[in-house]
Design a protein around this ligand. Sequence first.
Ligand code: ADP
Length: 287
Amino acid sequence: MKALEVRKIKKTYSKWRHPVRALDGVSFDVEDGITVGLVGPNGAGKSTLIKIIVGFLKKDEGEINIKTSKPLGYVQEYPTFFDMSMENNLKYIGDLTGTSFDKVERLLKKFGLWDRKSAVPSQLSKGQTKRLAILRSIIHDPDILVMDEPFSGLDPSMAIDIRNMIQQLKDEGKTMLISSHNLLYLTPICDRVIFMSDGRILGEYTPKNTINLRVEYIGNIPDEMKNYIERDGLMVIEVSKEKVPEIIRKLVNEGVEIYQAKIEGLDTIYERLYAGDSHEKQIPNSY
Ligand code: ADP
């Protein structure tokens, strides 16, 4: 079942009376219970899209369909809090959303913040501030959580803490859309990664089910595999890992000479997608 539908979203800002196109027809779905990463360099349009999805910003065109009755949980990139203790910040939101104070206590304990409950936001580390922002977004037990750059500004150990926290929410069955330019932290928790650039979707990648096999070769590729040719001498084939020996065997049997065959990691895909004229480059099976 779909939890979220994003359809042909367009948005242009006006800066000093000059139009700045931030989104140019973005469409995708998020299925129930899965975690989708939104990846792209600065200026790709990720924040604009997220703000439109959560209703912080008006779209010019397109449609957002949210298939849940509960309000979305939203974790901002730069969250702000009231100048009161962490516990009271959460209780305040809890009160507004009809959540018991017991739950605030449970959440603080569960996510390792109970011993900092009396600290005010200015006394918190960046990692604790992000964790507080995530707790605030889940107080009302949303089905869908949307996070904008949850790892930004964090050192590796803090980022891993946040990733573990997100993993826990994923295990509880939350549907999540998470933007980040940090593939290292984002990828392990995502079921799907959507690549954006210049307000458009360049491609999509499913980290767990398939890999991209990059083959450098000389020879004639059989007809049924020709659509994998990236350019003369290079094929990129999206397959399940078990199929790799079979594909190599087939190519060799057809007389193709293989000079290199490697499984492409997400970082290589990222480099390939964003190098040069990125609009022309699509990863196989892109959206
Ligand atoms: P990302 O989150 O991927 O870094 P953004 O959504 O922040 O991308 O920005 C997309 C584009 O829109 C960029 O060119 C950015 O400069 C522009 N932009 C974002 N916010 C505004 C704004 N308030 N006014 C004018 N232009 C903006």
